[in-house]
Design a protein around this ligand. Structure first.
Ligand code: HEC
Length: 248
C-alpha cells in the first residue's frame, strides 16, 4: 500500500512543480471551453484586434467553425477579414495567418511577434487574463504604454479604446526595481470595467481552446476510458475469485 501511495505521489509531482509560477500576483480567469458563445465572442475579438499582428498559424477557420457551432457563411461574414495575394477572401479551410512579414515586424516593433496558437499552454490562462488587462500609460516607452505582467513589453495597448486610459501607481524599491502598486482607469473606454473583464475573459477562453481544440473530446474519451477500466476491473476481480476458489 505504501508503495502505491509513493508511486501516486511521484506521478503527480511534476504537475505540482509546473503549477508553481513566480513573479507577480495574477488575476484569475474564469475559463470554460465548453461555452461555445464565449469562444465565438473571443474569436471575434481575436480576429479584430490581434490577427493583424499575431498569426495563429496552426488553426484553421473551419475547425473553429465546427467546434464553436458556426457555419461556413457565418465564418465568412464574421471572422475572415484577411485576403490572399489575388485579393480574394481567405477560404474557410485555410490557416489563420497574417499578411505582415517577420522582417517588417522586426523593423516596426523591434522584435519578432509570436504566433499565438499555443500561447495559452506556455503562459497559462491567468497570466494572459492579467497581461491583457494591465497595460498602463508610460510615456517613456516607445508605444506610450507599459505592462504589469510583461514589463517593458513591445506590444502596443491594442484594446485601449475598449478599456479606456489606465494609469499606474509605481513604487521603486531599494534595488531600483519598479513595482506596479495599483492601476486605475482615468478616462473611461467604450466598455465598463466589468464588460472589459468579460471581453478579455472570452478572448482568453478562445486562446485556451485554440491551444488544444481536442480538449473537449479528450475529456469525454477520458471519462469513457475510466468507465471501461472500472467495469473491466470488476470482471477481472470476479474471475480471480472464481479461479482461486478451489485452490484455498
Ligand atoms: C500592433 C501589433 C500587435 C497587435 C495588434 C497585438 N499584438 Fe500582441 N504582441 C505584439 C508584439 C510586438 C509582441 C512582442 C512583445 C515583446 O516581446 O516585447 C506581442 C506580444 C504578445 C504576447 C506575449 C507573448 C509572449 O512572449 O509570451 C501576447 C500573449 C500577446 N501579444 C497577445 C495579443 C493579443 C491577445 C492581442 C489581441 C488583443 C494582441 N497581442 C495584439 C504586437 C501586437
Amino acid at each position: 500500500m505504501r508503495k502505491l501511495i509513493t508511486a501516486l505521489l511521484l506521478a503527480v509531482a511534476p504537475s505540482l512543480v509546473l503549477a508553481a509560477g513566480g513573479g507577480i500576483q495574477l488575476d484569475q480567469a474564469n475559463v470554460d471551453v465548453s461555452n461555445k458563445e464565449s469562444i465565438q465572442r473571443g474569436a471575434k475579438t481575436f480576429v479584430n484586434y490581434c490577427l493583424s499582428c499575431h498569426s495563429a498559424a496552426y488553426m484553421r477557420y473551419n475547425r473553429l467553425g465546427a467546434d464553436a457551432g458556426m457555419t461556413d457563411q457565418q465564418l465568412k461574414d464574421n471572422l475572415i477579414f484577411t485576403r490572399n495575394k489575388k485579393g480574394e477572401q481567405t477560404k474557410v479551410g485555410e490557416l489563420m495567418k497574417v499578411a505582415m512579414t517577420e522582417d517588417y515586424a522586426k523593423e516596426a516593433f523591434g522584435t519578432k511577434i509570436p504566433d499565438l496558437t499555443v500561447i495559452a499552454r506556455s503562459r497559462g490562462a491567468d497570466w494572459l487574463y492579467t497581461y491583457l488587462r494591465t497595460f498602463y500609460v508610460d510615456t517613456k516607452r516607445p508605444t506610450g504604454h507599459n505592462n504589469k505582467a510583461f514589463p517593458d513589453v513591445g506590444m502596443p495597448n491594442v484594446l485601449w479604446e475598449l478599456q479606456g486610459v489606465q494609469e499606474a501607481e509605481i513604487r521603486v524599491d531599494d534595488k531600483g526595481t519598479k513595482h506596479v502598486e495599483s492601476l486605475k482607469i482615468t478616462q473611461a473606454g467604450t466598455q465598463s470595467v466589468a464588460e472589459f473583464d468579460q471581453t478579455v475573459n472570452d478572448l482568453v477562453t478562445y486562446l485556451v481552446y485554440m491551444g488544444e481544440p481536442m480538449q473537449l473530446e479528450r475529456k469525454t474519451i477520458g471519462l469513457w476510458t475510466l468507465g471501461f477500466l472500472f467495469i473491466f476491473f470488476i470482471l477481472a476481480y470476479m474471475l480471480k475469485k472464481e479461479y482461486w476458489k478451489d485452490v484455498h
